[in-house]
Design a protein around this ligand. Structure first.
Ligand code: PAF
Length: 283
């Protein structure tokens, strides 16, 4: 696997790849890689001749700068994992390389980017669209792989791809979970062993809530999920939204859509660490 830090070197490598008629898969990451990322990379390696993995902790998507400062940075271990997964190129540029000038572009895809994470982290999805659109322009992949853990992010990126006319396929990949159910996330390394156990209650409650759908209204399921999770010491729900899986608009009845997903964000522990997850009720 080759490590590249400049856009010029990336383009030079990819020109050769294109001239040889090879296909390119892109896995965008912010580093601190885990089994969830590895599953995306392995899938890309299976489906493309060349797999580019970007490792770039994108400052423009952090509205909370202490969150950015806390984010784990593990470049050497990341590269070892990518090598083991069969990635071809690791692209790990500096902030100056990606943003030689401040990026003033504004993206707006309501309601996908204005609800839930968009409401609680203003500017977050604008930053995601800035970096992902730059990566798509630099790499020009045939396919780009994203984890379904960030369910809302995929909906926003789909809108951006349609809006800007990128010629590529978005490949959503299933959530990878710890044994107890906690969705794998780079932020999990910031939890203590006890907090990880506590955090397992989030997905356990979401799974249970699927059984309530036949007997309860959308509002009742919503309220019970929130109260059951809040009853666990060390957990505090920031929001729980039951939405249409495509538009992310709130649904009020189970008949309103054929694709219904519950999306949650929970604070865990004393620091606290913000964890997101989701459950599909229909579709
Ligand atoms: O999902 C992430 O890790 C990031 O939002 C992404 C897509 C790599 C953009 O920085």
């Amino acid at each position: 696997m080759e490590r590249i830090t400049t856009i010029a070197a990336l383009r030079a490598e990819l020109d050769k790849v294109r001239q040889a008629g090879k296909t390119v898969g892109l896995v965008p990451t912010m580093g601190a890689l885990h089994e969830g990322h590895a599953s995306l990379v392995r899938r890309s390696v299976q489906e493309n001749d060349v797999t580019v993995v970007s490792i770039f902790l994108n400052p423009t998507q952090f509205n909370d700068k202490t969150d950015l400062a806390k984010y784990p940075r593990t470049l050497e271990a990341d590269c070892a994992l990518l090598e083991a997964c069969g990635a071809t190129l690791a692209f790990a540029p500096s902030v100056e390389e990606i943003y030689p000038e401040p990026d003033t572009r504004q993206f707006s895809y309501p309601p996908t980017d204005s609800v839930m994470e968009g409401a609680f982290r203003p500017g977050h999805f604008n930053g995601v669209c800035q970096i992902v659109s730059k990566l798509f322009m630099m790499v020009e992949p045939d396919r780009a792989y994203f984890g379904e853990k960030d369910f809302q992010q995929i909906a926003v990126i789909r809108r951006m791809v349609a809006d800007l006319g990128f010629k590529l396929q978005i490949v959503p990949c299933p959530v990878i979970r710890e044994e107890g159910g906690l969705a794998k996330s780079s932020r999990n390394t910031l939890l203590t062993a006890d907090e990880r156990q506590t955090a397992n209650h989030i997905y356990q409650t979401l799974r249970q809530s699927r059984d309530w759908v036949g007997q309860m209204s959308v509002q009742e399921v919503h309220d019970k999920v929130v109260s059951d999770i809040n009853a666990v010491p060390g957990l505090e729900v920031q929001y729980y939204s039951i939405v249409d899986g495509q538009t992310l608009a709130d649904v009020r009845s189970w008949d309103e859509s054929s694709d219904i997903v519950g999306c949650i964000t929970v604070f865990c522990g004393s620091q606290p660490i913000r964890l997101i997850d989701h459950i599909r009720y229909k579709g």
